[in-house]
Ligand binder design. Structure first.
Ligand code: PLP
Length: 434
């Protein structure tokens, strides 16, 4: 973990609000996970969690592959140095242009989510004179046994229902330009119980064998999803990696025996990125209202929507830390931002030791689903700068949005494009000067 002095230096150099990513935490999470998964399991980083180019490049250099879900994520992964053969593309509503880009780039596999998409991609591959490998995303008939956050066994826009797939017959034969090479399923997110992730994996592997038997596809690859969480709130703890190691080994063993050469893919975004990121904000004002203390900062929920609440009606706080010496006893504070809405509450009744105007506060474990999953344009604040600390050096990996960036795509309708008093004055000043 980076120390308070480092955050002070970075804030002085790059300004606030600021996202800081600790490279050692990114690679440490990847190493820990790799060590807990059965040997040979390929780890695919889900760019959705944090698509910052620098973050992706560091993870890629450390051996992560990439799971992308948009054209920009695909371009990001390639630019970050991920080999096309280490990229899978998934998503329920891929455009024709995205499918064509997958084929043109030569990615490992397109994860297909409907029968219609199979036909579309077959056409796209034919037009390109290429063959494309695909995995079929399955919506399993039953949900995961031990996860409260199940995504199987329910009507969903994702994937093809297991039942429909079992009845579909030889789908590979009907699409001559596709190589249907395996199965994908994703059963949930934010799963903290390692045993639940292992149980999901066992379910997916069994389901993959049923689908392969019914459709005649070869099981070259099974993408077992993932969904591993991290602890955010009081009473939570990070997944137990020893438990994960034991559970996954057991879940995979019978499948491995029958399919010794199948590739196993594990997807993860939050687990790799979340703990590496700290959202650093500076206190602008402190005040009291009806008995509650408020620290109004320069950063807010427009950069950190997750802080408003994840899957819960009860407000729970991310870990929050004063980045400096305590200035008094810890007391409950409301941590708010500059937005003109009462929802701009980053932390509620959070214990802080006497923050004052000018102090820095870090919202920790914020490296996943941060700026890109937040309404950054609200009130025209734009997105914050992002810095990656790698081997002791800080690298600015995203520039802060400036007013000109935020206005660049807007156009004044012609009837309103008249000279303002202000611009008239300026031009007359200019003409009167020598
Ligand atoms: C969102 C998503 C992920 C990443 O989820 P995390 O909880 O961040 O690990 C992986 N796979 C699919 C299909 C997803 O939709």
């Amino acid at each position: 973990m980076l120390d308070a002095d480092t955050y002070q230096r970075l804030a002085a150099e790059y300004g606030t609000p600021l996202y800081v990513y600790d490279g050692a935490a990114l690679t440490g999470a990847l190493d820990g996970l790799r060590d807990a998964l059965p040997a040979g399991t390929e780890i695919f980083y889900s760019l959705k969690a944090n698509p910052n180019l620098g973050v992706c490049a560091l993870l890629a250099a450390h051996g992560a592959r990439a799971e992308v879900s948009s054209l920009v994520e695909l371009v990001t992964a390639v630019k970050a140095g991920v080999s096309p053969d280490d990229i899978v593309f998934l998503g329920p509503g891929k455009s024709r242009a995205e499918l064509a880009a997958c084929v043109a780039t030569g990615i490992r596999a397109v994860v297909v989510e409907s029968f219609q998409e199979l036909a579309d991609l077959d056409e796209v591959a034919a037009e390109a004179g290429a063959r494309q490998r695909v995995l079929v995303r399955v919506n399993p008939a039953t949900g995961a046994a031990r996860s409260g956050l199940t995504m199987g066994g329910k009507p969903r826009q994702f994937g093809i229902d297991e039942k429909a797939l079992l009845a579909a017959g030889p789908i590979g034969d009907r699409h001559p330009h596709l190589d249907v090479a395996g199965v994908h399923a994703y059963l949930g997110t934010r799963i903290l119980d390692a045993a639940a992730v292992a149980a999901n994996t066992a379910l997916v592997l069994e389901m993959a064998e049923r689908v392969a038997a019914a459709t005649g596809i070869a099981l070259g690859t099974v993408d077992v999803g993932g969904g591993l969480g991290v602890a955010y709130f009081d009473g939570e703890s990070d997944p137990d990696l020893d438990g994960l190691r034991a559970g996954m080994a057991e879940a995979v063993a019978p499948f491995r025996e029958r399919h010794p050469h199948a590739r196993l893919l594990f997807e993860t975004g939050r687990y790799l990125a979340a703990r590496a990121g700290t959202y650093v904000v500076r206190v602008r004002y402190v005040k009291e209202s009806m008995g509650k203390r408020f620290a109004v900062t320069d950063g807010g929920t427009h950069h950190h929507m997750a802080a408003v609440g994840i899957g819960s009606y009860v407000k729970r706080n991310f870990p929050v830390r004063l980045l400096g010496d305590p200035r008094g006893p810890a007391e409950p504070w409301q941590l708010t931002g500059p937005l003109c809405t009462p929802h701009d509450l980053v932390a509620k009744d959070v214990a802080l030791p006497g923050p004052r105007a000018g102090d820095l506060i870090g919202i920790e474990r914020s490296g996943a689903y941060g700026p890109t999953a937040s309404p950054g344009l609200f009130l025209g604040h734009g997105f914050p700068a992002e810095v990656l600390v790698h081997e002791g050096a800080a690298h600015l990996v995203r520039l802060r949005d400036e007013p000109a960036d935020l206005l660049a795509k807007q156009r004044l309708p012609l009837p309103f494009q008249k000279e303002t008093t202000w611009s008239r004055q300026r031009s007359s000043n200019r003409s009167s000067s020598p």
